[in-house]
Design a protein around this ligand. Structure first.
Ligand code: 6PG
Length: 241
């Protein structure tokens, strides 16, 4: 079980994005004050896009971006300019819209090598950020699939059971593709893990994750039990069950 869990329900997706923005500002201040930097692993998909847009619109100096390192929780096996790229989504919503100092962005290097090579390269990037071989990412944002996947830990895929790697390539038969994803150990080593979940279509997954049937192979988000604090940001549509 995580050390601490907090669930915050907002009326709609816009207010959820605004609350997550303000929450991130607080977390970044805390991390920078105590550790001199703030590492944030960003989620892909559609839900967090509005959050990233709102971050770009913050008043100057709300976040000291010069001390922020952006990581990615997972990536599709495409290049950085591909419409499906999670990096591209962040670049368009946030990075290209920031005036002044930008955060250091460390995308997963997909699209120019095999997914497995990209995973190895990204793991080396994370190891270089580690202190004495340990990497505690300050904030990991996660989305939730309607099948209860998170990052690219999809039901009945091999990455679910990986405990000795931080980043792996993961074949996802249902999507007929391979993804690159952070694994449970590195996600659960984070100081804060925050799910951002909107929409009634996520209710089934939320029920399964919090239900009595423990089966991470079917409901991979059950794996997420961080040593630090677990946050759920939900809109009312997702929370109503
Ligand atoms: C991705 C994400 C994935 C996503 C969920 C929810 O690369 O797509 O990492 O885990 O967060 O599928 O996606 P939505 O936010 O689009 O519902």
């Amino acid at each position: 079980m995580p050390a601490e869990i907090e669930t915050i329900v907002l009326p709609d997706s816009e207010s959820m994005a605004m609350r997550a923005r303000d929450w991130l500002v607080e977390r970044c201040h805390q991390a920078i004050a105590s550790r001199g930097r703030c590492m944030v692993a960003l989620s892909g998909g559609s839900t967090p896009k509005r959050l990233y847009e709102l971050l770009a619109e913050l008043p100057e100096k709300s976040i000291d971006w010069s001390k922020v390192v952006l990581l990615w929780g997972d990536e599709r096996d495409v290049g950085e300019d591909h419409p499906d790229s999670n990096f591209r989504m962040v670049r368009v919503a946030l990075l290209d819209r920031l005036d002044g100092v930008r955060p250091q962005a460390l995308p997963i290097p997909c699209g120019k090598q095999s997914a497995s090579q990209a995973a190895d390269a990204y793991e080396a990037t994370l190891k270089a950020l580690a202190i004495d071989g340990d990497l505690k990412i300050d904030i990991v944002f996660l989305g939730l699939g309607d099948d209860a996947h998170t990052a690219s830990l999809f039901p009945e895929t091999s990455a679910i059971s990986v405990k000795d790697r931080w980043v792996v390539a993961n074949e996802v038969p249902k999507l007929k593709t391979t993804r690159v994803t952070l694994t449970e150990p590195i996600i659960n080593n984070a100081h804060h893990v925050a799910f951002l979940v909107c929409g009634a279509n996520k209710r089934w997954a939320l029920d399964k994750i919090h239900g009595s049937e423990r089966n991470p192979n079917l409901y991979p988000s059950q794996l997420i039990q961080p040593a630090g604090k677990l946050w759920w940001f939900l809109d009312q549509a997702a929370a109503d069950r």
